[in-house]
Structure formats: C-alpha cells, structure tokens
Design a protein around this ligand. Structure first.
Ligand code: HEC
Length: 125
C-alpha cells in the first residue's frame, strides 16, 4: 500500500509541476507522457489484494517490467479480448516475459480471474 501511495503522491507532484509550468510557459503543451503511469484501479477483495501485493504487483505495478500495468485499460484491452481461457492459460503456463503462475504458486484459476479482472478493470468472458 505504501508504495501505491508514494506513487500517487509522486504523480500528484508531477501533475502540479506540469500545471505550474503550463501556466508560466505559455505555448508549451503539458507533456502527456508523464501522465501515462496508470492510476491504480479500485481495490479488489482484501484476499485478492494480498495476493496481488505479494506477486503480480512486482511487475504489473512496475512499468519497467514491460507488463501491462494495473489500471491501464488500454494496455489490457487487447489482452482481455483474447478471452478468459487464453488469459488463464498464459497465467498458469507463462507467456513471453510473464513467468508461469505469475510467481503465485498457490493461486487457483479463480484467483487468476480475480487478479486479471482487478488489473484490467474488465470482466473476463
Ligand atoms: C516477473 C514479472 C511478472 C510477474 C510477477 C507477473 N507478471 Fe503478468 N506479465 C508480465 C509481463 C512482462 C507480461 C507481458 C508479456 C508480453 O506480452 O510480452 C505479463 C502479462 C500478463 C498477462 C497477459 C498475458 C496475455 O496473454 O497477454 C496476464 C493475464 C498476467 N500477466 C497475469 C499475471 C498475474 C495474475 C500475476 C500475479 C499472480 C502476474 N501476471 C505476475 C510479467 C509479470
């Protein structure tokens, strides 16, 4: 939780700085790239959040990992479109740089569905 708050306050600081710069700087448009950091989605059930914090979080709240970030709906949309079965298969067996089981060796299929729905903000079909 602490790291999400740190990230959030960092984002707010950056936004405030950009607004100030936009007021003083005249024509320079506010940079959109810094706003790309995904806003964390609304928290899921506590049990799901606990798993998330201990496993998926390490990459899915870490842009440098190359993983689609939690709350980044655009990054998740094409992945969600693959359907539930493919996403479960990729979660269990791994997919490119995504490690098998997402490092959550105790996770069940239902856990993965809940985690993916949390990260993507979409219902899996
Ligand atoms: C070590 C880093 C890492 C961890 C930990 C991790 N992931 Fe991922 N995950 C990735 C990366 C990187 C990708 C993007 C793979 C690609 O498309 O190149 C990814 C992609 C995915 C995808 C999309 C796969 C697809 O078909 O597009 C799902 C679903 C997913 N992760 C679920 C999870 C879940 C659930 C957890 C926690 C249980 C988790 N991941 C933990 C790195 C990680």
């Amino acid at each position: 939780m602490a790291s999400i708050q740190t990230r959030l306050s960092l984002t707010l600081t950056l936004t405030a700085t950009m607004l100030l710069a936009a007021c003083g700087g005249g024509s320079s448009a506010p940079a959109q790239s810094t706003a790309a950091a995904a806003t964390p989605p609304p928290a899921a059930a506590p049990a799901v959040m606990k798993i998330y914090e201990q496993t998926c979080h390490n990459c899915h709240s870490m842009p440098a990992s190359g993983a689609p970030q939690a709350g980044d709906k655009n990054a998740w949309a094409p992945r969600v479109a693959q359907g539930r079965d493919t996403l479960i298969d990729h979660s269990i067996n791994g997919y490119k740089s995504m490690p098998p089981m997402g490092t959550c060796t105790a996770c069940t299929e239902d856990d993965f569905v809940a985690l993916i729905e949390y990260m993507s903000g979409a219902k899996l079909k």
